[in-house]
Design a protein around this ligand. Structure first.
Ligand SMILES: NC(=O)c1ccc[n+]([C@@H]2O[C@H](COP(=O)([O-])OP(=O)(O)OC[C@H]3O[C@@H](n4cnc5c(N)ncnc54)[C@H](OP(=O)(O)O)[C@@H]3O)[C@@H](O)[C@H]2O)c1
Length: 296
């Protein structure tokens, strides 16, 4: 059986990947904190910003495939701690790719829609990135650092991952709103910031399907519907029968990092390569509703 190393295995996407791949691979999970990684996935400490730590772990495991989800994902914290963001989001992918080059391993790297400036929207894989935040800039550098190593790699750019987190995990935009609406708390949601939100389970399935890839590619792997933050929550409210009066639309939100106005991604390329589909928002919410016994 081939070995799969998931780096960032304690995170939102990483944890879901652990549970999906075990019939196809001997799965290894690594992260800064490993408490949420079950023993059967060989939990290991890794700090991707430290070259020697990355080298040592990759040389011990010798994975055939690595999925790199680890990143500094707090967009505002990246502005405050830009050196740290560079080390994790830019240097980290370089160290991983260099170590994989030495052992002949393949890589799937998770990137972001925030590498675009958001002036255009509906970005294809051929559009030129122009990040407007430290997070976007360092994630783009991470992509470029990997590509320069010329290893077999698929770069998957995704957008606003949502779904049910595990009990010990941070909220995502969906679960945060769901939690607050359940407690009848008012939500002030910005009218703009158009993205292509992505059901995390759909991304996991896509990665599972392409895990045997033989050609290096960049893919836009996200939901098929471009939607504003406000309209996303409006659909959530309607699906889960929350009180719509709890939702207030605002046109400005003080945030440290600049957000793209419209960073929606075009998914035509991935729609041509497989017999599967990322769901639209309504179908994603229906899926999540069916997964949660406590939903209204
Ligand atoms: N979530 C989204 O909406 C979204 C949208 C577009 C793209 N993406 C990309 O998708 C990927 C997965 O996102 P996610 O939501 O699963 O993120 P996440 O929940 O924050 O998971 C990332 C994991 O990486 C860990 N990590 C941070 N620094 C590390 C380091 N130096 N060495 C090793 N591990 C480190 C984090 O630990 P700590 O929690 O302890 O820091 C966390 O467990 C990321 O690459 C992100 O850039 C995410």
């Amino acid at each position: 059986m081939e070995k799969l190393l998931i780096i960032g295995a304690n995170g939102f996407l990483g944890r879901k990947l652990l549970y999906r791949f075990h019939d196809k691979f001997d799965v290894y999970g690594a992260d800064l904190i490993t408490t949420g990684i079950p023993e059967e996935y060989h939990p290991s400490y890794i700090d991707i910003s430290k070259k020697n730590v990355v080298n040592d772990l990759i040389n011990i495991i010798k994975p055939n495939l690595t999925i790199l989800t680890a990143a500094m994902t707090n967009v505002d914290a990246c502005e405050d701690f830009s050196e740290k963001a560079k080390k994790i989001n830019s240097d980290g992918p370089l160290f991983v790719a260099q170590a994989l080059k030495d052992i002949g391993g393949r890589l799937i790297h998770i990137s972001t829609d925030f590498i675009f400036d958001g002036e255009q929207g509906d970005y294809t894989e051929k559009d030129i990135p122009k990040p407007i935040s430290v997070y976007g800039k360092t994630k783009l550098e991470g992509e470029n650092n990997i590509l320069k190593q010329k290893i077999p790699v698929v770069i998957c750019r995704t957008s606003v991952l949502f779904g049910w987190p595990e009990a010990d995990q941070r909220h995502n935009f969906f679960s945060w709103a769901y939690e607050n609406l359940s407690k009848k708390k008012e939500l002030k949601i910005i009218s703009g910031q158009i993205t292509t939100p992505t059901l995390v389970n759909d991304l996991v399935e896509f990665l599972y399907q392409i895990s045997g890839f033989t050609r290096s590619e960049i893919y836009h792997t996200c939901g098929t519907e471009a939607i504003s933050r406000y309209n996303f929550i409006l659909k959530l409210i309607r699906t889960f029968n929350f009180d719509q009066n709890l939702l207030k639309e605002i046109d400005f939100l003080p945030q440290k990092a600049k957000r793209p106005n419209n960073s929606s991604l075009n998914t035509a390329k991935i729609q041509q390569i497989g017999n599967w589909k990322f769901k639209n928002i309504n179908k994603s919410f229906q899926y999540l509703k069916s997964q949660n016994k406590n939903s209204k």
